[in-house]
Design a protein around this ligand. Structure first.
Ligand SMILES: Cc1cc2nc3c(=O)[nH]c(=O)nc-3n(C[C@H](O)[C@H](O)[C@H](O)COP(=O)(O)O)c2cc1C
Length: 104
């Protein structure tokens, strides 16, 4: 859907300024940003989809080349945004079996 989308935002993290310079924190930050982009697009009546980049090495390399990203910049996800072509009914993957109370 990326090639057909009106817009794509590539969410990147900077290892030099990530907390403790750790990739794990960078990924958590970028994941929160990605989810916020999805929610913001939805709130505007737009369609959006999280397209994973990291940790697929060939994909990370290709996106870094394409966008000319410096070594410390990690592309984590692309968020495609556009006018939705279809409306899917809401669904859930919730199951009570996934919930633990107080202890696993
Ligand atoms: C880390 C991550 C990577 C994803 N990568 C893709 C992707 O490459 N292509 C795609 O169509 N959807 C991708 N998605 C979206 C999922 O397929 C799915 O639509 C999303 O997690 C919402 O799930 P739900 O429909 O059960 O609510 C990704 C989601 C996550 C969290």
């Amino acid at each position: 859907m990326l090639s057909a989308a009106a817009l794509a935002i590539v969410v990147c993290g900077d290892l030099d300024v990530a907390f403790d310079r750790q990739l794990s924190y960078l990924l958590q930050d970028c994941s929160a940003a990605s989810e916020n982009l999805l929610l913001a697009a939805h709130a505007q009546g737009l369609g959006a989809c999280w397209v994973g980049i990291h940790p697929g090495e060939p994909l990370v390399k290709r996106v870094k080349e394409l966008l000319g990203l410096p070594a410390q910049i990690v592309p984590v996800a692309a968020i495609s945004i556009g006018y939705p072509g279809e409306q899917q009914p809401p669904r859930t993957r919730y199951s009570r079996d996934y919930i633990r109370r107080e202890k696993w």
